[in-house]
Design a protein around this ligand. Sequence first.
Ligand code: NAD
Length: 252
Amino acid sequence: MKGIDGKVALVTGAASGIGRATALRFAEEGAMVALSDVQVDAGEQVVREIESEGGDAAFFEADSSKESDVASLVDRAVSEFGGLDFAHNNAGIEGTPGPIAEMSIEDFQRVIDINLTGVFLGLKYEIPRLVENGGGAIVNTSSVAGLTGGANLAHYYAAKHGVIGLTRSAALEVAAENVRVNAVCPGVIETPMIERFTAGDDEARAGLLEDEPIGRLGKPEEIASAVVYLCSDDASFVTGHPMVVDGGYVVP
Ligand code: NAD
């Protein structure tokens, strides 16, 4: 894809699933990649995979929901690679399923802290770096849950709707400064999150498959393609857009 080679990309939640696939794809396209996660061993393993293919990457431990961690993460990535061009604010958790009346405030808050506040903190510290760099692009991970309602995961759906609001607002704030901000809205993707969510429950898995008109679940690499495309020069007129990559899950 155009305009990725030789640039610097930061990916959060990069130790697993969609973030891992995006980090690998950025590296394959020639970007230097700063990976961040709370899972240190798995994150460092992805760095080794990139290096074994001749790529350039570094891992930084950071909790996306903590302001001091995110501020220091962006600083460390910029000092390591000399700048920042792209960011994928992707770290997220699924939360404990259950109806609102039985949901603890702690569980609700934790999902909002990581899935929504984490994206806000990423934007807050990444945007000034991209502006000082003369431009760049950010992609936030929302979900089909950012576009629809869903019983028994209200915290998750609320956070993912919020990510689209943040994306649209940030896009307008920085459009004139050559910074584009988009979101990706994955359908059901085969990652450890979905394995935990279905946890050996064949009926739950079959239910997720039924929600996918294309007849299979998505692959993390299919989301990585969309993220890297949205950062590339091929998407130079695309901003404030929640791109749905979902096998037809939310076709109206
Ligand atoms: P995953 O569990 O495989 O990966 C999530 C990563 O985020 C993990 O490596 C985890 O350690 C990291 N993480 C969690 N909390 C963190 C924190 N506080 N700070 C830093 N890192 C943290 O899940 P995934 O499916 O790859 O999910 C990635 C993103 O995609 C999430 O935002 C998720 O909500 C979203 N998403 C996933 C699906 C799906 O079907 N898998 C669908 C739509 C959206």
